[in-house]
Design a protein. Structure first.
Length: 428
């Protein structure tokens, strides 16, 4: 019973992050309530499978640490952009390819990490967070093109939810603080129900049990710009996961070697590949569960394995998934401001440790964030360029990410004349 109770804690800690991604992406793509229910259900199930793949430890995959995996928020903006331009089939084509890429490079990614130092990953995370804020603001008003957009009831629900989350986060500690957004979503939905603004039809129509379907949304399609975007997102996720692996290694007093990391990356690639096949998402290690492990002091892999089994079980029950789809758009928007703001905050935190290291880092951040945000706001800037060039310029996240990677090579990886001269003099 104790193991089960601890497993439930981990499920609750990651649940809001797990359900928000399908709700946001599905809402932006205009999915039906039935499709949304499937999307949430399969995502919860795949979170469980991804977690189990990492917790186990064999010769081929699994880092064998008490790590919980969930869908990465860094993929939300890119998926919405890809779906809007090429359709939902291109989202899953690009996720499948990104999963295969991660599996193929898993053995060598430790050597590629030098191309993704904090100045690059921090810039990418910041760009993604900033580009997601307009999605949250639209939802606060009731959703883009809503007939009652910006109505007093929508604004009240959105800001009421946001204020409730802020107050709960400010005056609570430990586990309660870690699930403050989940509690805020529940509280906001209850208030909306009292106002008569919640439709329970999706719950009543949902079945008690369903089977998962490969390629539920149709045969995947493959677009180069979409693939490049999701591969970049996967690289950033791997770098974030690496930090989680080392944090858990310290907590569990286990020294990680290159083979351990390779198996961890391979498990993550397998989870992404399965996510694409079953129409879920890209997966990454969830840092909020690391905080929960630090708080409880329970480091057992068995607890995380049980949490993974629970998530798999929940994924087969559509009525539970349908419950999440009844959350009013305005309530979701209020919570999204906090969630996406935390993405920006995480990016700034990563950058704060490196921005003062050199003037070059300041220029990298300035140009990459400026390019990423600029192309997002004015996507037609490069409309006259050849299609081969537009692969790199049609998406703000790709444009900003490529800018950060290239400038990091220019400023931090190519030796300056002074450095070369000092090396020569030292050898002489």
């Amino acid at each position: 019973m104790k193991t089960a109770a601890l497993g439930i804690q981990h499920v609750l800690a990651m649940y809001a992050g797990a359900i928000l991604v399908p709700l946001i992406v599905g809402g932006a793509l205009g999915l039906t309530s039935e499709q949304m229910t499937y999307l949430v259900g399969i995502d919860i199930l795949m979170c469980g499978i991804a977690t189990i793949l990492q917790v186990v430890n064999n010769r081929f995959f699994g880092i064998g640490l008490p790590v919980v995996l969930g869908c990465t928020f860094t993929a939300v903006g890119p998926m919405i952009a890809i779906g809007g331009e090429y359709g939902i089939s291109a989202i899953y084509g690009s996720i499948i390819v990104s999963g295969l890429v991660v599996i193929l490079i898993s053995r060598f990614f430790g050597k590629l990490v030098r191309f993704f130092p904090p100045v690059v990953t921090g810039s990418v995370v910041t760009i993604i967070g900033i580009t997601l804020i307009p999605v949250a603001i639209n939802n606060m008003g009731g959703g883009q093109d809503a007939s009652d957009f910006g109505s007093l009831s929508n604004i009240s629900l959105a800001f009421g939810t946001l204020i409730f989350i802020i107050v709960l986060y400010r005056f609570s500690k430990g586990f309660l603080r870690s699930i403050s957004i989940l509690i805020g979503l529940i509280a906001g939905t209850i208030v909306a129900a009292l106002m008569g603004r919640v439709n329970f039809t999706a719950v009543s129509d949902a079945s008690l049990f369903h089977m998962v379907h490969p390629f539920y949304f149709g045969t995947p399609t493959f677009e180069w710009s979409a693939i490049l975007t999701m591969v970049l997102v996967a690289m950033v996720s791997l770098v974030e996961s690496t930090g989680v692996y080392f944090a858990l290694g310290d907590i569990t007093d286990r020294k990680l070697n290159e083979d351990d990391l390779s198996k961890g990356y391979r498990a993550e690639g397998m989870a992404i590949l399965l996510g694409g096949i079953f129409n879920a998402f890209q997966y990454t290690a969830f840092s909020q569960n690391v905080g929960l492990i630090q708080m409880t002091g329970v480091k057992s892999r068995k607890v995380i394995f049980v949490a993974g089994i629970m998530l798999v079980g929940l994924g087969f029950i559509p009525k539970i998934a349908a419950l999440t789809t009844i959350i009013p758009t305005a309530v979701l928007g209020g919570a999204m401001i906090a969630m996406f703001g935390m993405v920006v905050s995480q990016g700034i935190k990563m950058l704060s440790n490196v921005i003062s290291d050199s003037q070059g880092n300041s220029m990298i951040i300035a140009c990459s964030v400026g390019m990423g945000l600029g192309v997002t706001v004015v996507p037609e800037l490069f409309a006259q360029f050849p299609s081969s060039i537009q692969i790199l310029t049609s998406n703000g996240i790709v444009a900003g990410s490529v800018t950060a990677i290239v400038l990091n090579i220019v400023f931090n990886m190519i030796p300056s004349k002074k450095t070369v001269r000092n090396l020569v003099e030292k050898e002489a």
